[in-house]
Design a binder for this molecule. Sequence first.
Ligand code: SF4
Length: 481
Amino acid sequence: MRAPAKRLARVIGLVGSNPTPSATLGSRRDRGTVMDTTQTLFNLSALESAGWQSPPRYYTWTVGCQMNKADTERLESAFSQMGFLPTTSPTTADVIVLNSCVVRQSAEDKVVGTITSLKPLKKANPTTVLAVMGCMVGPNQERQLREKFPYVDVFMQPQQYKPLLDLLGERLDMDWEGCVGTLAPLNPQVTTYVPIIHGCDEMCSFCIIPYKRGREVSRTIDDIVAEIEHLVPKGVREVTLLGQTVDAYGNDFSAKTDLADLLEAVNDINGIDRIRFLTSHPNYMSKRIIEAVASLSKVCEHINIPIQAGSDSVLARMRRPYSVEKYLSIIETIRETVPSVSLSTDIIVGFPGESDADFEGTVRVLEEVRFDKVHTAAYSPRPGTIAWRKIPDDVPAEQKQLRKHFLEDLQQGINADINDRYTGKSYQILIEGHERGRWKGRTRTDKIVFVDSDTDLLGKLVTVDIQASGPWSLQGTLVRQ
Ligand code: SF4
């Protein structure tokens, strides 16, 4: 007989806002279930036959982008609503989930290494469920992955949690769909990521994401606002709205709705102090969105807008549908409209056919724009992408590394210069954590600031005087909280 998980979990406060309780505690024993010392309820015989602890423990491991981290948090929310507890080691887990990234070869190598390292554990404990989710698992790839990793129990595409939850429900004799409500993080950080648009329609020639995450699907404004309102009482003060092309938000709706509308709605939520969004695509960075950044009080003056290369011919081969000139004109509009803005970008060096002259174009863009942050990656062909199929990877690995290091050195100097201008001034920062004995917060412009205080500052907006700076962070003293 199935445990009435939805009703019982609700009574003991394990579920989100959706399910409605209707059971009484007295009915539990009648249904052959037991309550353990942590007040979690399971069908004991199902737990025993699964060979799991009571309550069962889960372990998650995540690599890759913020979207992956957000996906893991949502799966963890489902686990918790089903009564599972987290554990810090795979050796003490009944369920292990690896959330994978294959955007770069180094990330894929890490994932393969981690799956392989768990083989002995899985052999020693065959009842442990091992699941792999995320970008390694594309549509129609399961058979191939099963052949390579036969000891993995479940493969799930990004955000497709159902196969694992079905398996766990079966093992626990539990109606998980009745148990699991809103998939919002249960213990969110002060600054939390909220996915607003899934997938990507762009098909950049180097990128595997559209093949793994599918077409763009925006969540409704009501849905997103409800999730954020749910997060506020849990201590969240800042949200970063996430999407692979976040500024394309709403393009898939029939009614005219865009990121500016969503920013306005989130700006009205009581308890939220700051709003950011990530990652923008130059094609969708409209004047309306830029004006929303300028006018909405909670939207931070920071925009991440990847250019990827400073050469039109490389951009064309990358299938990035803009020119360097167009990109620079967007930057000009942003700076005119939001004068205090900080800008960050992503660059790929060594894309096939990138000549010295092409690379010099990228150097010029960095010198001209003077971004606050640049993420540089050396191109690595990803199987299945257009570039992998059609464009020979002809820039030698050493050349890629030389170019990457050149840009990193150049940007380090620019960072140091920009950050130096913060010294001697006061800024409001939101304290989001404690690191190496100091409080860590960020300015609205996304500068990391460290500050000393014996008071608990977590989640507080405080004013600091900046005393010193380096390329990666600022040091401040507390003025007031
Ligand atoms: S915009 Fe291009 S790089 Fe970004 S996720 Fe989509 S395809 Fe990949």
